[in-house]
Design a protein around this ligand. Sequence first.
Ligand code: GDP
Length: 424
Amino acid sequence: MVRAIVGANWGDEGKGKITDMLAKESDIIVRFQGGSNAGHTIINDYGKFALHLLPSGVFYRHTTSIIGNGVALNIPYLLKEIKELEEKGVPTPKILVSDRAQVLMPYHVDFDTYEEARLAGKSFGSTRSGIAPFYSDKYAKIGIQVNELFDRDILRERVKKICTLKNVMLEHLYHQPLLAEDELMDLLAEYRDMIAPYVCDVSAYLYDAVKANKNILLEGQLGSLKDPDHGIYPMVTSSSTLASYGAIGAGIPPYEIKNITVVVKAYSSAVGAGAFTSEIFGDEADELRRRGGDGGEFGATTGRPRRMGWFDAVATRYGCRVQGATEVALTVLDVLGYLDEIPICVGYEIDGQATGDFPSAAKLAKAKPIWKTMPGWKCEIRGIKKYEELPEACRHYVESIEKEIGVPITMVSNGPKRDDIIMR
Ligand code: GDP
């Protein structure tokens, strides 16, 4: 059975924890998009980890962790993450990297940095991990696939093309040092030797695994609203964050994805610029940020404070719809226990008109939140294992959200640890 775990919001929904938990019953966990630009925070018996490139299944001995073809593969970064696991005593995981994944190069990071600097105040708030230049090159057909690292002639020709194009930009737009063909060829030879032990025809491997009825988890990064097509363009990421892209980014038939577990936050947070209708500010935001997640809502990759907001039913309903959610895991519910009343955004007002439909970008910029206030439960709910044992106001909150989004909430996460979970 193939199951996707993806986010319905702006990312940081707690997908890492849910994946880590569900990985226990899985044979294979696949990353299918994105790169090292976002992180998953996982707390388990080995300690606390911020994984960026490795799938969240690497902590189990029985699982195979796969970097699919859709991922932006930063080779030195991957090796660094593997080494960190070993240093913290995690048994060496079985890792496979698709021979069709493309290689994220240092010049992608440089271009990301130069462009953010050039845009200055109008920047996208990129994490400067090279993701946008990487995917631009992939679709401009000047990327480098892992299998090509093993063919010097193909590489030489590609590198020539890359240098011609990039050097024009470096010289005339950014006024930065130029790329040199020979240096790139040397670097690519190093990358080849580093990645060689992991390279695999992943699509063929997964084809056999599906036939053998293995349990496969597709692990998404970020969330629906960061999808380049269905998200808040242009304040989005550069690869699709949707479960359906899992078929492409892993190389499996779309109809094999039977279960789409969408992770939803009980309040909202976002990083980077862009519309965020239910955003809150000042002391109200500071308090939620400080109490949020596990030790505060700060980026797993950048440490940047996340923008905070209350639960947004309009965005989340839409986020679940574009993912094709079959079930929802509601996370960070425990965080809200300090509030007397909890606002949720149940509609948008655009040009004086109320709507429950998530609008496209131009209209979204004008949306104002319509609030409804829910009673708080004013107590600690961590440690509770049974849904019926949650305070009535808390169940009411969960059920109201369920009604708003129209998808069954089958899991409620009430703490950062693996076993802080209530199955419904
Ligand atoms: P991801 O990228 O979607 O995996 O999300 P992050 O890992 O960036 O953010 C989730 C944060 O919330 C992490 O610090 C988790 O340890 C923490 N977390 C996950 N689920 C819960 C929960 O139910 N309650 C609390 N308090 N923290 C949680």
